[in-house]
Design a protein around this ligand. Sequence first.
Ligand code: PLP
Length: 383
Amino acid sequence: MKEIYFDNSATTKPYPEAADQARLAIEEMFHNPSSIYSRGIAVSRKMEEIREITAETINAKPRSIVFTSGGTESINTAIISALRNSRGRHIVTTEYEHDATLNIIKKYEREGWKVTYIKPENGKIEAESILNAVSSDTALVSVMHVNNETGNIIDINLLGTEMKKKSPGTALHIDAVQSYMKLRLDVEKCSADYLSISGHKIHAVKGTGVLYVRDTSRFNPVFLGGGQEKGYRSGTENTPGIFAFGKAVELNYGDFNKKTEYIRDLRDYFRASLEENIENIRFNSPEEGVCHILNVSFKGAKAEILLHTLESRGIYVSTGSACSSKKKGSHVLRSLGLRDIEIEGAIRFSLSSLNTKEEIDSCISELKAAVEDIRMITKFGRR
Ligand code: PLP
């Protein structure tokens, strides 16, 4: 049975070329980049090249790029660093952030910081709603660019520009884990002070990420030790992860328009086929959302049963974000005002440039049969 993978927001399959680079760092270029003999220097040079390419993709200076262990570390580090520097005691974020952001911010809240959680209105968070909550006491605004469950986009360029006019001392952190390599990012246009990226969402490997830090002179590192990454993040570098990341960046960035247009076309095809074939569904992703995420509620069909039925046919999807899927009910869908029946039946399909329309056709026919069977058992629409 050929497997079909539609869970690319949870993680992506590494490109073969990226896996080759990881192998190179494990088998041949395994030397410590801090070693001062030529083998070590070669590893260090390659890392610097990757830092330069990464910087170029977000219009940053290479010295602002810090390699980390992934999105969660980047986000935590950004928030801790921003709050250590601040005079204000107020944080602004949204209700539908990833847990990597929500849980560290809740920790500060328990310690006495004031936190404003912006609620989506009509399924969206407008930059203006975030701006209205900012005052001169706001130490940090931390928001995700693209929501990992629905694909909603926040206009970060408008947010950053206006926020810096209103309160220049407020730090801005952008969680760009789901937008990097899907939307164009420019740290100058959005005035980000910090920006977080994760390698395993762009066909590199797990345990690799990047933190962009605008003003490194004011940066407060979390990891102290041997002074790697110019002292911004101690610990011997994960060179297999960084090499794979560099290759994935190169492959995505070199073909940015072609790849994102291809994925958008797949998503639109998926949406139209669902509409044509299955009744009583609700799209939880906006049409103008990011290209790779399509969240749909199948009313009267429990998502978990659908997920496992599809799994038995070799098709992999998600009921919410991978990290929160073991908890009850998505806080993101709840924040968008969905009813219980819609939350219970919500499936997230997330696509990549490795998917095809034929895979979508197979998924729709399995889905149609599964939804009909479940609705028959639950007597949906016949009560
Ligand atoms: N932020 C968002 C929006 C995510 O989707 C994820 C992962 O799902 C993370 C942060 C955490 O990234 P990582 O898995 O690299 O720690």
